[in-house]
Structures are given as structure tokens and as C-alpha cells.
Design a protein around this ligand. Structure first.
Ligand code: GDP
Length: 419
């Protein structure tokens, strides 16, 4: 599936070959022309296609590649769960850790479980002056346009053997350099667009309204950028926001600051002054911070699974920072998970908060959305308490929901649709 010029978190349906898939008819509904498909059976061999991308950026020598390589190695370890995914050289796929998956999988006696996933993209090459063409310049910036969120790696470790581009470790200055490049790039784009809009090409009143909304939004954003504030901090009406969406402004994207600390600081990162600096900047910019040691993540991937926990404990932490980072990215984007669970597999699906049942079904396959009739739904807790879908049905906690139902976090779902 072709990727749009810039992502707006449109979760695309998996790329599948429906005709090659086996269809399962539910006998209880055989009297009607409607068939009831057990979706996870039907698409168990489908290709997973996620449009959810987080771009790793940062100055040179801050630990981006080390982090990215750890992500890729982790993805390889998960390869059984992503059988048909091709990983581009600069794209790594990671599973979103979710303890509910194994619980459901055990209850349903599933042959396998498939977690939700996120793509991490290594966007190397940002240096001071990129917006003016330095380094990879605008090519680099165009790569950022394609991601849904930005993970800005900030160096918080000292190591005299590893050169810092500005001579010393200074997280605040590093963050400013990167943010300024993003701001310059947005300003440049906005100026060009405003010039174009001045020519006023709209013919009908609807287009004129849209043009005016875009112009007013761009002027507000332009002012904020000139004051050093990101586009995401500007209050816009929904209409205005929609009108500027096509520009894929870089500073409109949500951002997480990834403080890369030395392994000795992992247990108490808050004691590290560099981390304090990052925390302050992040809160000023209404963004989040996740502390990680890229080096440790890289080393973990080289250890046997059973040795990993021991190593983490020796550093005074209980879990790998990658899990935290993945969850933070997931939360930042306002994502929700629902499950399908059966004998063949239990699978976590990613949707946006507020999606209705047909839209959620569409994430599996567009046919499911088009022909949506009803969804049988049970909350995760009720499913676990009942022990199975059949038991949930008997207990009356399996609800039949229509097209307006807003899918809730952790729902276990079975879709009914017409083909
Ligand atoms: P990039 O230019 O941002 O992609 O940086 P790299 O990932 O290539 O890292 C630059 C150097 O810093 C490499 O030699 C890494 O091994 C090292 N490095 C990365 N993270 C850490 C860390 O947490 N601690 C230490 N001491 N070195 C690190």
C-alpha cells in the first residue's frame, strides 16, 4: 500500500488476499445470506501493514543508531509474530508489550498470539542548518514529514571518546538546535503557502471558506513559530486544523524526548542533571520524556532471554527501557487496543481513540467496514472472568453492538458483516 505524503494516523487495513483466504461460516446464521466470519481465522496468514511510524531524530553521536539497531534486533526476535513484514533498512518493527495478550491467548488456547506493533524509522542526518540545506538538508526534513510522531534522542551521557558535535554535552542546546531546524522548515513552508493562498484560486463559496480557514490558521501558526513555539501549541478550530493538515507541519507532530543516559544512571535517572534539563524543556513544550540507555538496549539484544532480567537487575531496573518507549509512543498518539481471540490466534489491533466498531473492523480489512452489520463485544475483564467467548455469551456479558458503538480499550471483538 502506498504511503501517503504525510501520515495523519490513518490506520490502514492489513494487506490481505481475501480470495485466497478460507472463509468460515457460522452455522447458527446459516439461514440467512449473512455469514459470520471468525476474523482471526480468516486473516491468520495476512500481511501486517501498519501505517504507524515514529521517527528517531537527534544530533549526530547521541545514540540514535544504537537505539535503532536495538529496535531492529528486538524486531528480529519477534519475527515469528511478523511473518510477512519486510523491514526496510531504516525501518524497524517492534511489538507493543501487552500482558493481556498472553492471558487471552491462554484462555482461548490460541496457537499463537500477535501483538500490536509500531514502526521505528531511523532518520539520520540532522545537523545545524539542515533547513538551509546543510547535511542531508531538506531531504532529511521530508523524511520527518512521513512519520506520525517524533522521538528526539538527546545525549545525556558523558564519554570523552565520543565526540559531541558542539563540544560538550548540553541537552537544552541540542534540543534547541533540532527544534529550530523544524521551526525554520515549517516557517519556510508556511510563507510559500501563504503567498500561494494570496492568489485566491477558490471558485465556489465552500472552497473560499476553506482557503480562509487555512490562511487564518497559517497566520496563527506563523506567529507562534516566530515566538519559538511549535505549531502543536497553537489553538485551532477543527476546521482550521483540517485545512492545514496537508502541509504536514513538522512542529505539529507529537514529540517524545528520549534521554539517553549512561548505564550507571539508569536506576536513578532523575539524579542526572542532564535528565533534569530535558525534563524541564519537555514540560515547557508540553511533551513527554522517556529515559533509556541505548547502550544497554543494544547489549540486551545480545543476551539470551533468561540472562536479560539478571542484567537489568544488576543495573537496578526491572524492565527494558524499550518497552517504556514503545508504550509512551502508543499513548502519545492516542491509540487504543482491541483484541480478537480464538483457537487459531489471539491478536491485538491498534485503533485510534473514538473509533466506532465498523472503523475498528476496517483496520482488519476494508470489507469488514463496508459490510459491517454488528459486532459481538465483551470487555477484557468480563472475558477473563467468564473464561471464554462461549462462556461470556452464556453469562450474557457478550454484547451485540451496532455501527455507532465506540470501541473501548481492551474490548474483545467478533465482527459480523455482509460480503
Ligand atoms: P548517532 O550518530 O546518534 O546514530 O549515534 P550512535 O548510535 O552511532 O552512537 C555514537 C556513539 O555513542 C557510539 O560509539 C555508541 O556506542 C555510543 N553510545 C550510544 N549510546 C551510549 C550510551 O548510552 N553510553 C555510552 N557510553 N555510549 C553510547
Amino acid at each position: 500500500m502506498a504511503r501517503a505524503a504525510c501520515n495523519h494516523l490513518h490506520l490502514v487495513p492489513s494487506l490481505v488476499h481475501p480470495l485466497k483466504s478460507t472463509l468460515f461460516t457460522n452455522n447458527t446464521l446459516s439461514t440467512t445470506r449473512t455469514r459470520f466470519y471468525d476474523i482471526q481465522r480468516r486473516f491468520s496468514s495476512s500481511k501486517i501493514s501498519m501505517s504507524l511510524r515514529a521517527g528517531i531524530v537527534g544530533l549526530p553521536n547521541v545514540g540514535k543508531s544504537t537505539l535503532f539497531n536495538a529496535v531492529v534486533e528486538n524486531g528480529k526476535a519477534q519475527a515469528a509474530n511478523f511473518p510477512f513484514c519486510t523491514i526496510e533498512p531504516n525501518v524497524g518493527i517492534v511489538a507493543v508489550p501487552d500482558s493481556r495478550l498472553s492471558v487471552l491467548s491462554d484462555l482461548s488456547k490460541s496457537q499463537r498470539s500477535v501483538p500490536a506493533s509500531i514502526e521505528f524509522v531511523d532518520i539520520a542526518g540532522l545537523v545545524k542548518g539542515a533547513s538551509q540545506g546543510e547535511g542531508l538538508g531538506n531531504k532529511f526534513l521530508s523524511h520527518i514529514r512521513e512519520v506520525d510522531s517524533i522521538l528526539q534522542v538527546v545525549r545525556c551521557f558523558e564519554d570523552n571518546d565520543i565526540v559531541h558535535v558542539n563540544g560538550k554535552v548540553d541537552p537544552k542546546s541540542d534540543i534547541d538546535v533540532i527544534n529550530l531546524e523544524l521551526v525554520f522548515s515549517d516557517l519556510d513552508q508556511i510563507e510559500k503557502r501563504i503567498d500561494k493562498l494570496k492568489k485566491g484560486k477558490a471558485k465556489d463559496s465552500q472552497s473560499k471558506l476553506k482557503e480562509e480557514a487555512e490562511k487564518s490558521a497559517l497566520e496563527k501558526v506563523q506567529q507562534a513559530l516566530m515566538d519559538g513555539k511549535p505549531a502543536r501549541s497553537v489553538t485551532l478550530t477543527d476546521f482550521e486544523r483540517d485545512a492545514v493538515k496537508h502541509l504536514c507541519l513538522l512542529t505539529m507532530k507529537p514529540i517524545i524526548y528520549v534521554a539517553n543516559v549512561a548505564e550507571t544512571d539508569l536506576a536513578d535517572p532523575a539524579d542526572n542533571n542532564f535528565v533534569k534539563d530535558v525534563t524541564n524543556v519537555a514540560s515547557e513544550l508540553q511533551s513527554r520524556i522517556v529515559t533509556i540507555s541505548a547502550q544497554v538496549e543494544a547489549e540486551l539484544t545480545e543476551l539470551a532471554i533468561e540472562e536479560r532480567q539478571e542484567y537489568l537487575q544488576s543495573l537496578g531496573v526491572s524492565e527494558s527501557g524499550l518497552g517504556n518507549l514503545i508504550r509512551a509512543t502508543y499513548d502519545l498518539l492516542g491509540l487504543r487496543t482491541y483484541f480478537t481471540s480464538g483457537e487459531k490466534e489471539t491478536k491485538a489491533w491498534t485503533i485510534l481513540a473514538g473509533m466506532t466498531a465498523p472503523q475498528a473492523a476496517g483496520v482488519i480489512h476494508s470489507d469488514f467496514e463496508k459490510g459491517f452489520i454488528r459486532a459481538e463485544t465483551v470487555s477484557y475483564d468480563d472475558f477473563v472472568a467468564a473464561g471464554s467467548l462461549a462462556a461470556a455469551r452464556e453469562k450474557g456479558v457478550l454484547r451485540s453492538e451496532g455501527k455507532d458503538y465506540v470501541v473501548q480499550e481492551g474490548d474483545v471483538m467478533l465482527f459480523r458483516f455482509n460480503v
